[in-house]
Design a protein around this ligand. Structure first.
Ligand code: PEP
Length: 271
């Protein structure tokens, strides 16, 4: 882990102050693995066994694994006895009833799931989830005591047009308008630039810090308390540099969560 220090960036990178973590940082780091639509019973069993074997005992970071819906029970079962928790990749914005194919927050809670990823960019883009639907999913998740991991992030076009902060503000405002800000004390945020997810491109430390600092400012009084993860091609080789930054409290991982060694290396870098 880098030593605590201030680093002033070159003017060409803008006016973002890169502050590395002070030893008294209060937010506990969190690493979330999003398996997306991958795995089967046999593969999952082997992956979960390797991960739990490599993450025994006390740790200085929290870890969550988000399998596809059919494997939530398998994951909860395999993780029992370990400190690793289970999450879901999405949830219905409805409470219950005639919504064929949907899975409610209460069902996830019933299975002992603890977290739900909300507003992942693949769902916003491919399933056309609106900001308002994302806000309803946030409501449903918290209603049953689950912790939402609210994802926000700009497209490449927005980034190139210099509109990235506007996009983040719009995505956050939709949820603030629905639930206020105070409930974010029981939520996690994730900044995932769309152009960095699954592409092998990672935001530079300055780009990530700029958005994380902006998100903290949007949260107002809670800004310093809420965990804000970074997601977008985080791997073992770049995790330590990102985790050393003051406003990054861990990572949301896609590809790297499917390989036990890579995943564990990132979890250990977060401690
Ligand atoms: C993600 O899907 O949330 C993600 C960050 O994917 P990847 O790590 O593969 O870029």
């Amino acid at each position: 882990m880098l030593k605590s220090s201030w680093l002033r960036l070159a003017p060409a990178l803008g006016e973002v102050l890169l502050l590395t973590k002070a030893s008294n940082t209060k937010r506990r780091q969190l690493v979330v693995g999003n398996w997306k639509m991958n795995g089967d019973l046999r593969e999952n069993a082997a992956l979960l066994k390797a991960i739990t074997a490599g993450w025994q005992g006390q740790h200085g970071a929290d870890v969550v694994i988000c399998p596809p819906f059919p494997y939530i029970a398998q994951t909860v079962d395999a993780l029992s006895g370990s400190s690793i928790m289970t999450g879901a990749q999405t949830v219905s914005e409805q409470e219950k009833g005639a919504y064929t194919g949907e899975v409610s927050a209460a069902m996830l809670a019933d299975l002992n799931c603890k977290f739900v990823i909300i507003g992942h960019n693949e769902r916003r883009r491919m399933q056309r989830e609106s900001d308002q639907q994302v806000a309803e999913k946030f409501v449903q998740t918290q209603r049953v005591g689950l912790i939402p991991i609210l994802c926000v992030g700009e497209s490449l076009d927005d980034r190139e047009a210099g509109k990235h902060l506007q996009t983040i503000a719009r995505q956050l405002d939709a949820v603030f308008e629905r639930v206020g800000k105070a409930v974010f004390s029981d939520a996690v945020l994730a900044y995932e630039p769309v152009w960095a997810v699954g592409t092998g491109k990672t935001a530079t430390p300055a780009q990530a810090e700029e958005v994380h600092q902006f998100m903290r400012a949007q949260l107002g009084e809670l800004g310093e308390k809420v965990r804000i993860l970074y997601g977008g091609s985080v791997k073992a080789h770049n995790a330590e540099q990102l985790f050393a930054l003051a406003d990054i409290d861990g990572a949301l991982l896609g590809g790297a969560s499917l390989d036990a060694d890579e995943f564990l290396a990132i979890c250990k870098a977060a401690e």
